[in-house]
Design a protein around this ligand. Structure first.
Ligand code: FAD
Length: 389
């Protein structure tokens, strides 16, 4: 299996972190079925990641973190996801939030330092809660119905967020809200133990069950003026490279499915054949197709991540490439899982087979941002709006 990962491990630091996560991912894969069946948040996995110092991976060095880049983030997230996709997606939201904050620097330095310290010293878990029933995906630009109202020097926050991954484990949520009647959006840092903050256990899905992406309900939550941490998210105009943790996650699912199918093809010997089904040309064709899909998608994600890191001057123009990675990777991942299940046959549908979980989990990638239609229309817009070509 090392040939899948070796080409993308380039430095000693990457190798050190990869080995740590490789060890943990093996443990996570043994626990994955349990968390999935129970629909339970993988506290044990997140505790292991905390002990390994993983929560500080993308926190800038100046704030006590590891200061690792998008490239390492993608590499490690993909490996974790091959062990347990729900754990990877959850921790990806946390680390991605810090990568975004450290690259965008839209927060006041003191506020960012303060939150980073909570992670480095106390292993605090943070996520953005941006989705609402009325707006759907925030990437579509809808106005949040969650409202922040001024009361003296405080803000009073009321509203409901859906799809809040890690709901039972979060220490802080960065919540989008409409600011009074200004028609403007802002982001507020909410301590989850604050009065008026509640979790409603609504997460009852077939995919990514362990993420516990429950509803976050805020009823008259009183916060100080400093809780308004961002008045305009993304004002730097930098493309959202941190979202590459999403394609990395679903590629991890695909790798797990591929490994399962290849192992099956090597060992399953029905008595109608002289050897294992891996000798059958049709099975080899399917294995080759899985390898091709993974090669295409992984070369793309790693080359785009490397470009982001090594050519900072190109970042502003990289939006379409980043979008394309998400489209290619999540669709390739779904295709790989499908091929893996065709190789294994009906056994892949058994509840005891990890493939049925990969089949369900990989579907969630289509509904994480950016969605396919947005990617395709952005690419079309660029083609139509570029002069001279
Ligand atoms: C496993 C998982 C974990 C998640 N974790 C988080 C989290 O931690 N925090 C968080 O904030 N969110 C989270 N999300 C939410 C996610 O980012 C999306 O907001 C959510 O999946 C809703 O997206 P949607 O496309 O299904 O819904 P909608 O945006 O409601 O779209 C539904 C359908 O309507 C169409 N549609 C809607 N609006 C438009 C439009 N303007 N133009 C064209 N078509 C439109 C879409 O194409 C789609 O087919 C998570 C989602 C999943 C699946």
């Amino acid at each position: 299996m090392t040939y899948l990962y070796e080409p993308y491990i380039k430095t000693k630091i990457q190798r050190r972190w990869f080995e740590k996560m490789d060890y943990l991912a093996e443990k996570f894969s043994e626990r994955a079925d349990h968390f999935d069946r129970e629909g339970r948040f993988p506290f044990e996995n997140v505790n292991d990641l905390k002990k390994a110092g993983y929560l500080s991976l993308t926190i800038p060095k100046e704030f006590g973190g590891e200061g690792l880049s998008l490239y390492e983030f993608v590499l490690l997230q993909e490996r974790i996801a091959a062990g347990d996709a729900a754990t990877a997606l959850c921790i990806g939201w946390h680390l991605g939030s810090f990568l975004e904050l450290s690259e965008e620097r839209t927060w006041d330095d003191t506020a960012l330092r303060h939150l980073c310290e909570k992670v480095v010293q106390n292993q605090a878990l943070v996520n953005r809660a941006a989705t609402e029933p009325a707006t759907g995906s925030p990437t579509r630009g809808g106005m949040p119905q969650t409202k922040a109202t001024v009361d003296g020097t405080d803000w009073i926050i009321n509203g409901t967020k859906t799809f809040t991954s890690m709901a039972p484990a979060l220490d802080y949520a960065i919540v989008s809200a409409q600011i009074d009647d200004t028609g403007k959006k802002g982001n507020f840092l909410i301590n989850m133990s604050q009065d008026g903050v509640k979790i409603e256990e609504t997460w009852d899905t077939v995919a990514m069950r362990g993420t516990r992406s429950d509803d976050l309900i805020m009823e008259n939550v009183r916060v100080g003026s400093e809780a308004l941490v961002e008045e305009e998210r993304g004002k730097s105009g930098l493309p959202k490279a941190w979202l590459l943790h999403i394609p990395a996650c679903y590629l991890g699912v695909a790798i797990a499915a591929r490994n399962e199918a290849v192992q099956f093809a090597k060992t399953y010997k029905p008595n109608s054949l002289p050897g294992p089904i891996g000798d059958v040309p049709e099975v080899q064709r399917k294995i080759g197709e899985m390898e091709l899909e993974l090669f295409k998608a992984r070369e793309l994600i790693y080359s785009v991540a490397a470009k982001w890191v090594n050519e900072p001057e190109s970042r502003m123009e990289m939006g379409p490439s980043l979008l394309a990675v998400k489209h290619v990777a999540t669709n390739s991942a779904a295709k790989v899982v499908d091929l893996a299940m065709r190789i294994v046959g009906a056994r892949s549908l058994a509840m005891s087979s990890p493939l049925q979980r990969h089949y369900r989990d990989v579907r969630a990638g289509l509904h994480n941002p950016p969605m396919d239609d947005m990617v395709i229309s952005s690419l079309a817009q660029r083609a139509l709006n570029t002069k001279g070509d």
